[in-house]
Design a protein around this ligand. Structure first.
Ligand code: NDP
Length: 322
């Protein structure tokens, strides 16, 4: 195995996505990279990780010592509901190809990415890292969720049989530049930003789906990115760690909508379409483990992260994923 003192060569899968782009920003513009390190960000264009041969060729080409594994087949709620089997199989393959190839190529550490939506549907709050496998996930995206859960199982296996220190993080709702702003398939904040942008341009009311009362924890992608890099360098457990703002930062979607309206200078009426479903009323995740390791970390205030993301979206409308 490589020694720790050798500069890392880090391969980031899913490097073109929301979190990948944020890590790239921290590495390139915030001094997130140390002397001699190499960081390689790849998208599906360079290798389709569902395919084992392409995965192996990618690892042969870059010979990484470390991997941040972000690539995943993700989609909107309705696509998940229609194609649970495809989400299960593609993600099982992507994850097995990446983890097994990393193992065979003697990669020192892999940090993979789970999601807070994989937690049991029926649960007590706050949710913590020990509860991942306590009961079935929500039925709407059971394929994606089970494939993600298997990463944790597989990490445990690589440790027990081979002493590998492969681990995973669990971010709550991430938002920021390079998010998917699609009105139907995008994440909640980015889709709302796009809607607000259009409502302002067209002089129409802003229509928000649901009552606006469900509460969520949002983490700005750049904050999440700095934590990913910390996990890669410092966090030594196999068990996953939740990357989230504090529990009392969980706030109603309605409050975030007002921040978006303010950021985009939208002054028209805001209507809540209560005929649309709300989803879970809260999903409070505990960041107590993160706080134990990093008692002093601060997070970008939500209004500031929203303002930065809205500004990015307006300036980059042509290249944004819409
Ligand atoms: P994005 O949807 O923004 O990006 C997905 C990335 O995966 C893209 O780089 C995409 O490449 C790549 N990818 C997809 N399919 C393949 C494939 N078959 N082969 C190779 N690469 C592929 O994702 P996020 O940045 O939002 O999420 C990254 C990770 O974080 C995912 O694992 C996700 O499950 C997890 N996560 C995200 C959260 C969030 O709120 N955003 C919350 C919790 C977890 P390309 O651009 O070429 O399509």
């Amino acid at each position: 195995p490589k020694t720790q003192s050798e500069p890392m060569r880090v391969l980031v899968t899913g490097g073109s996505g929301l979190i990948g782009k944020a890590i790239e920003q921290v590495v390139k513009n915030e001094g997130g990279s140390l002397e001699g390190e190499q960081w390689i960000f790849v998208s599906s264009k360079e290798a389709n990780l569902v395919d084992l041969q392409q995965t192996k060729a990618l690892f042969e080409k870059y010979r990484p010592t470390h991997v941040i594994h972000l690539a995943a087949k993700v989609g909107g709620l309705y696509l998940h509901m229609r194609e649970n089997l495809h989400f299960l199989r593609d993600n099982l393959r992507i994850n097995d190809n990446v983890l097994q190839t990393a193992h065979e190529m003697n990669v020192t550490k892999v940090v993979s990415c789970l999601s807070s939506c994989i937690f049991p549907d029926k649960t007590t709050y706050p949710i913590d890292e020990s509860m991942i496998h306590n009961g079935p996930p929500h039925t709407s995206n059971f394929g994606y969720s089970h494939a993600k859960r298997m990463i944790d199982i597989q990490n445990r296996g690589y440790f027990e049989q081979y002493g590998r220190r492969y681990t995973a993080v669990i971010p709550t709702n991430v938002f920021g530049p390079y998010d998917n702003f699609n009105l139907e398939n995008g994440h909640v904040l980015s889709a709302l930003m796009h809607k607000t942008y259009l409502a302002k341009k067209q002089g129409t009311p802003l229509q928000v789906w649901g009552t606006g009362t469900p509460r969520r924890q949002f983490i700005y992608s750049l904050d999440a990115a700095r934590l990913f890099i910390w996990v890669l360098r410092e966090y030594d457990e196999i068990e996953p760690i939740i990357l989230s703002v504090d529990e009392d930062e969980e706030l109603p979607i309605k409050d975030a909508v007002l921040m978006i309206a303010e950021a985009l200078d939208f002054k028209g009426p805001i209507e809540f379409d209560t005929s649309k479903s709300d989803g879970q009323l809260k999903k409070t995740a505990s960041n107590a483990k993160l706080r134990r390791y990093r008692p002093n970390i601060t997070f970008t205030p939500l209004s500031e992260g929203i303002k930065k993301t809205c500004d990015w979206f307006v300036q980059n409308y042509d290249i944004a994923r819409t």
